[in-house]
Design a protein. Structure first.
Length: 255
């Protein structure tokens, strides 16, 4: 089941339109929830065994983002958030549906949470009839100036980097052994937010998936800042996957 929060404003109608499209595309029932608080929404989703929560965000400043970030942090269910740009796009549902391909883009950093996000995103991509694009952003200290977008990695330039790539890809692939969707791996120079949104925009992806936790406290704080930045700037809906979640097909996953 998909549970969509009914709130006031454009973000609510856009979230409802996107949730309806997801419901039809994934063959999952949809429930529109008019609970007044996010705590009630989380409890409602848990009581109905929901596999996805869909919410909108009112704006990009800290006060407007804080309630949604708190919801994402507390939820035990994957949460799809429509950032302002995606909200504007889904304000015209017919056009948004035509502009959306059955592709899921997922960030990979080698953490168990990111691997879980890739697994959930793979299930969604398979149900959509599309593919999963796993993306790793690389920040190179030797590269100066603005982070370039969509710049391929020179795979022969740094043996240590190549070893790290192998380890990262190995951990991710291990979590995707049963992934029913076609999957590919892309690695680009740049900041995580710019790279993820750039790939998702180029792919006309249905969503960007990220884990809600990193490997360790410092990494979790970094992941949290990436999630907040995505909710401010992403052009596609953002799926935030907590540890130890239930997949969209009802399969229990562990971190």
């Amino acid at each position: 089941m998909i549970v969509c929060a009914l709130e006031n404003g454009q973000q609510s109608s856009a979230a409802t339109a996107y949730a309806l499209w997801l419901s039809q595309s994934l063959a999952l029932p949809l429930r529109l929830d008019d609970t007044e608080t996010h705590d009630e929404l989380i409890a409602s989703a848990a009581s109905s065994d929901a596999h996805l929560l869909v919410v909108g965000v009112q704006g990009t400043d800290s006060a407007q983002l804080e309630p949604v970030l708190s919801l994402v942090e507390a939820a035990q269910t994957p949460v799809v958030v429509l950032p302002p740009v995606a909200t504007a796009a889904w304000g015209d549902p017919r056009r948004a549906r035509r502009a959306t391909r059955p592709t899921a883009v997922c960030g990979a950093d080698g953490s168990p949470s990111a691997a879980d996000a890739a697994a959930i995103a793979g299930e969604i991509a398979a149900r959509l009839g599309g593919r999963l694009v796993i993306v790793h952003a690389v920040t190179d200290p030797h590269r100066r100036g603005p982070a370039p977008s969509a710049e391929p990695i020179d795979r022969s330039s740094n043996p240590l980097r190549a070893w790290e790539r192998s380890e990262l890809l190995g951990r991710t692939v291990a979590q995707l052994r049963e992934c029913p969707a076609e999957a590919c791996f892309r690695e680009l120079y740049g900041g995580p937010v710019e790279v993820l949104d750039g790939v998702a925009s180029a792919e006309s992806a249905a969503l960007i998936a990220v884990g809600s936790r990193g490997a360790g406290r410092a990494r979790t704080a970094l992941v949290g800042s990436i999630v907040a930045s995505l909710l401010r700037r992403a052009t596609r809906p953002v799926l935030v996957v907590p540890p130890r979640v239930t997949g969209v097909a009802g399969t229990k996953r562990s971190a």
